[in-house]
Design a protein around this ligand. Sequence first.
Ligand SMILES: C[S@@+](CC[C@H](N)C(=O)[O-])C[C@H]1O[C@@H](n2cnc3c(N)ncnc32)[C@H](O)[C@@H]1O
Length: 258
Amino acid sequence: MRNEIRFLKYPGTKITLIKDIQKEFVNSGKKRFIDVFGGSGSVSLNINAEEIIYNDIDSDLVSIFKAVKLHPEEFYSEMCVMTDSESDFAAYGSHPVNWKNKKVRDAGILFYNFTTGFGGKGETYSTRERGAYQYTVKIMQSYSKIAKKIKEFNIENLDFREIIAKYDDYDSFFYIDPPYPGRNWYNFSFSIDDMKDLKKVLNKIKGIYLMNFNSEDPIPKEIFGNPQYTIKYENQNAIPDQEYRYYAYYTNSKKKST
Ligand SMILES: C[S@@+](CC[C@H](N)C(=O)[O-])C[C@H]1O[C@@H](n2cnc3c(N)ncnc32)[C@H](O)[C@@H]1O
């Protein structure tokens, strides 16, 4: 396992796919990497590119990245307040303290809610409390690397149709990891009509795109046809009796990897 940078706990994170995403990006010869459905930022945080654009429609997620980019030390102090002790951690969400930079404080609360609620709004908090505390302490150990990388991001908060229109040119590589219709894990879910729109947008895109889906899911095949290729990964999600996961990749790149 490589030494990937981790930051937010989030469902559907693609940290295990980085090596293959990086390979396609390098093969494309492009300079600009656009993480259209950026989520936890696990891909943006680990990709090597001259220019990285992190985008997500969820302004809560985006505000966390902006707080780290614009106020890295204050955000770190906020994490220190959060993790001073396990009991402080447990009380952090419900007993906000006064803080001079309200935006950083709000971002701290959102970070906390994503970490304890696993990408939701904190509803499933109590059972994950201890794991979330340890996770946050671990994240703080690599915070300088996280903050250094986020400092270089261009951060956007747009719908996929807008971000693609804004950056579409021959220097751009779009990484496309949309939510799966009907699986409502996120604050913003995706409909079949969104998928159909995505197909229309990708059909006339000037840059290169790379899109992935869980290969067992039927909707992508119905809309986009057969993928260019499928890759097998060891399953790190601890789902019993599922040793491997298979991801289907779609790309308009001429050079196909195998
Ligand atoms: C599968 S997750 C992305 C996971 C990400 N690749 C990672 O490694 O964490 C999909 C993301 O798409 C975002 N999203 C949903 N609808 C969107 C839209 N119309 N435009 C842009 N982002 C959207 C969600 O907020 C969610 O964070």
